[in-house]
Structure formats: C-alpha cells, structure tokens
Design a protein around this ligand. Structure first.
Ligand SMILES: [Zn+2]
Length: 225
C-alpha cells in the first residue's frame, strides 16, 4: 500500500465561500478541499478545516521542515497555483507549534531561526497589546471556571491570532458572545484532549473523526464548566 500523503492546504486562486461557515474566500485565502472521490470538492476555510492551530513553516529549510514534521502529530502541506507553470507548488508546511519549537531547538545554531522566533513573539505581543486577548481570557474563565488560567490565556491568544481571525477579530468587533467563547474552547480541546489530530493524520474524513471524538470532547468540556 502506498504511503498516505499529508493533508493539503491550497492557497486559493479563485474566490468562493467556505462550505461550512459560509465565510467569503478571497483569492489568497488558505483552504482545504474535501468531498468523497467522484464528488465535487467543497472548499473549507482553514478554521473549519481544523488546521488553524498549526503554524506555517515556509519552505527553504529542509532540516527544520523534516524535524518539525517528524515531531508533529498533524501536519499539512501548503501549495499555491503557479499560473505560468500551470501546476501547484509547495510553499511550506503547517506543523504543530510545540513540534516546531522542538525542531528549532535541534537546529538552533542557525541565526535565521532566532530572527523568525523573535518575529513570532513580536506578532504575539502586538495582539496581547490590543487588549482583546485579555478580554477573551476573562470571558473564558467566566464561562469555564475550571480552566487553568494559563490555558485560558493560550486559548484566547490563539483565537485572536490571524489564522483564526474568524473568531478573535469578529469578537473584538461585536463583543464576546458565549458561542464565540465556546467555539474557541472546544477547538482547543478537540486538539488537546482527544485523538482528533491523530485521526485526521491517519486519513479519517473530518466528519467521521468529529463523530468519533464527540463524546470525549463533550466530557472534556464538562470538566471545565
Ligand atoms: Zn469556514
């Protein structure tokens, strides 16, 4: 049997809409395509694809890419359409944040890595400064008193980061409704308290994987209430 390929994220070159949340997908949006063989593929935004907890590692550092991929429970290849050559080309990979950190430790001699890490820290600080990460954290703790505060802060930060801008940014604009908080907490638990990422990596279709972990996810959520 051939080895299974990693999930693929496409940088869209046409406009469309996410088949799940309906969000408008501009050209340049990161999407996945799903649908059984023979069906017309549906486009999903990165958030609805459940890949938005991963961080992007641009191509160009083979050692880092290999190490981060090896440590990552779930990873995806990012490709973009090259108009001139009429083919998809690999832009980099999406890997787990902890996996990337571990891989970086292993490669730390390289000064580029330090620069990139500083850049990520700077982006985080900018978000934290914006104040709504703190608001978001407070609302999580209000709805889920059993969440350890540092976990709540981590969930809030993630929800406000670019790849899940869908949750964080809209929350900043509209005020934080309970549904937004719940979505962010459940997204976090799905990846940390269940074997969801392993299932996706094993090629289990997203809907099936979600059904399989539904009870574990509800239980984990109840423990935090
Ligand atoms: Zn979506």
């Amino acid at each position: 049997m051939a080895e299974r390929e990693d999930p693929t994220v496409f940088i869209a070159h046409r406009e469309g809409a996410c088949a799940e949340c309906g969000k408008k997908l501009e050209g340049g949006e990161w999407i996945t395509l799903s649908g059984a063989e023979g069906e017309v593929a549906e486009a999903l935004c990165l958030g609805c694809s459940d890949l938005d907890h991963l961080v992007f590692l641009p191509r160009g550092n083979a050692a880092l890419t290999r190490r981060a991929g090896k440590h990552s429970t779930l990873r995806a290849v990012v490709v973009a359409w090259n108009r001139r050559r009429k083919r998809y080309e690999r832009q980099g990979t999406l890997v787990g944040e902890d996996a990337l950190r571990r891989a970086e430790e292993e490669c730390l001699a390289d000064a580029d890595l330090r620069a990139r890490r500083a850049e990520r820290r700077r982006q985080r600080d900018q978000l934290a400064d914006a104040g709504y990460v703190a608001d978001f954290t407070r609302e999580i703790l209000r709805a889920y008193p059993q969440v350890p505060p540092e976990r709540a802060a981590k969930i809030a930060l993630h929800a406000c980061q670019r790849h899940s801008g869908r949750v964080g940014r809209s929350a900043a604009g509209k005020g934080l409704d309970p549904k937004t908080i719940r979505l962010a907490v459940r997204a976090h638990l799905r990846h940390t308290a269940t074997n969801y990422d392993e299932l996706l990596m094993a090629g289990v279709p997203r809907r099936e994987a979600r059904a399989e972990i539904a009870d574990a996810l509800d239980a984990a959520e109840r423990r935090w209430r």
